[in-house]
Design a protein. Structure first.
Length: 550
């Protein structure tokens, strides 16, 4: 248990005891105040009883109505009645509290009953009617009534005195508990706090007077703050011990390191002299390098003008390629329009060829019809001949029929002649139609051949356009590459100028480095002197560490 917890428990216990004693005394005194008020008010019951008996006697002897004594008696009756109610139920205005003791409650109830049954009616009747018989009753019982009130008051006083005795007893008990707790707290503080602190003080005194003995450890079995303090102090001593050991080892290491640094300083001094010689060589090389950079700058400037000419030619090539690509595209568009026109001509020619084919077919149909008409004409001519023969046989009766037959024969002959002429015409038309069809077929073949040639031209123009586009893109790439080359040569030229400046600066810096090397040589000599001082300090540190016992 920690010291804080122990002290908190002791303080809390004392606080509880103090609060309990104060609370008991407070409630006791408050109860005594209420009891004293109750006794005082009960005493007024006695005085008021005698006062009402006196006023009753005076009213009966005077036998007058409406006097001051009559009014005063009625007021006393009302006051007595209110006072009894306040004693039984309590009254906040007068500071009365209702009694809690059962016997007091019973006695007050008995006093209330006698008042309601005997005295209150009697006093009221005497004040109003001056009845002398009721005065005798009052005179006979008032003394016993007052004695009953005295008994109740006496008993209440005894109960109140018992509360005071109980409060004193409780205060004595708490005081005794406080004394016991104080003794116990003294023992706990002495054993748990004072004694461990005294033991730790003795151990610390031994450590302090032990000539730096860091092997001693403070022993403590406490689990409180003193035990924690002891553990941390032991850890602190252990840390100091580790530090001293580390310092001792470091001192030895420092001595060896100083020896090594001393040897290294000598070597560095020699190396510095070598660096001084190398710096001189670098300075000479920087001068030569500056001359070479200037030569390279001249060459770069010459190449820059050549590259500018290449860029100009690439721009011109780019423009020409763009124009060629544009012309090829326009030619391709014209070929496409011409192909579309030839396709339209081919379509129209095919329609004409189809019409000629239809005409040739119609000619054949007309020839067949003419053959039919020619057959009909021959048949008609034969019929007409037969009719003439029959008319000749008929003689005079068939004469008219013979004339008609002759006319029919003539018409048949004319029809036959016309049919022959039509056949000749149709044959001429058919011949011409065949020639037209033949020429149309030849023209269609020629147009198809032209269309194929146009397609070949279109294909070649497309190839030319594609090649022109490729040439244009390559020209653009050449221009872009030449621009980058020109930019890079500008950067190279600028870098060469900067290198020239840097070389000149390096030439000056090498001289500064040579001077710095001489100063460094002097510094190494000073370091060597400081090494000797560190050796002395290391010896002193070893002597200090040796004074501790680890």
């Amino acid at each position: 248990m920690t010291i804080k917890t122990k002290l908190s428990i002791i303080f809390s216990t004392f606080s509880i005891l103090i609060i309990a004693v104060v609370g008991i005394n407070f409630f006791t005194y408050k109860s005594m105040d209420s009891d004293a008020n109750f006794v005082n008010q009960a005493g007024r019951l006695r005085a008021n009883s005698f006062r009402m008996a006196y006023l009753s006697s005076h009213i009966v002897l005077n036998n007058k109505s409406g006097t001051e004594d009559n009014k005063l008696l009625l007021e006393r009756v009302q006051y007595f009645d209110n006072l009894l109610v306040s004693l039984q139920k309590g009254d906040a205005e007068t500071g009365l509290k209702a009694p809690t003791a059962e016997e007091i409650i019973v006695q007050l109830q008995d006093i209330q009953n006698k008042w309601d049954l005997i005295f209150k009616p009697a006093y009221t009747s005497i004040a109003e009617n001056h009845e002398s018989e009721l005065l005798k009753t009052v005179d006979a019982d008032v003394t016993n009534y007052v004695q009953q009130i005295d008994v109740m008051v006496t008993r209440y006083s005894e109960i109140a005195q018992g509360k005071v005795v109980m409060a004193k007893m409780l205060s004595g008990v708490f005081l005794l508990i406080s004394l016991i707790l104080a003794v116990f707290s003294f023992i706990v503080i002495r054993r748990g706090i004072v004694r461990p602190i005294k033991m730790i003080s003795e151990d610390l005194k031994d450590i302090a007077s032990g000539n730096g003995d860091l092997t001693k450890v403070i022993q403590s079995n406490n689990n409180d703050e003193i035990g924690i303090l002891t553990d941390y102090f032991n850890k602190f001593i252990a840390s100091i011990k580790d530090i001293v050991v580390l310092i001792s080892k470091s001192s030895v290491t420092l001595t060896h390191s100083i020896d090594a640094i001393s040897g290294t300083s000598d070597e560095l001094a020699k190396s510095t002299e070598m660096i001084a010689g190398a710096v001189s060589d670098v300075s000479a090389g920087s001068v030569e390098q500056s001359e070479m950079v200037k030569t390279m700058t001249g060459l770069v400037n010459g190449m820059s003008s050549d590259i500018q000419q290449v860029i100009s030619n690439a721009v011109r090539l780019l423009e020409e390629s763009g124009m060629s690509s544009k012309a090829a595209g326009e030619g391709n568009d014209a070929i496409q329009r011409h192909v579309k026109e030839l396709e339209a001509v081919v379509g129209s020619t095919k329609k004409v060829s189809d019409t000629v084919n239809h005409l040739e077919k119609y000619s054949f149909d007309i020839r067949d019809i003419l053959d039919i008409i020619n057959n009909i004409s021959q048949q008609t001519n034969l019929l007409a001949l037969n009719a003439s023969i029959e008319a000749a046989r008929a003689g005079e009766a068939g004469r008219g029929f013979s004339v008609v037959a002759e006319e029919i024969r003539k018409l048949a002959e004319e029809t036959a002649k016309s049919t022959v002429r039509i056949v000749d015409i149709i044959q001429n038309i058919a011949g011409k139609t065949s020639e037209v069809k033949k020429h149309m077929d030849e023209m269609v073949e020629t147009i198809d051949s032209q269309a194929k040639s146009m397609n070949d031209v279109k294909f070649k123009l497309n190839e030319i356009s594609e090649k022109s586009n490729v040439t244009y893109e390559c020209a653009k790439d050449i221009q872009s590459i030449n621009s980058k080359i020109h930019t890079n040569f500008n950067i190279i030229n600028e870098s060469a100028n900067r290198i020239s400046v840097v070389v000149e600066k390096n030439s000056g810096n090498t001289q500064d480095v040579a001077a710095a090397v001489q100063e460094q040589t002097a510094s190494f000599q000073e370091v060597a002197a400081n090494m000797n001082m560190l050796i002395e300090l290391s010896k002193q540190l070893n002597e200090v560490v040796a004074s501790f016992r680890v």
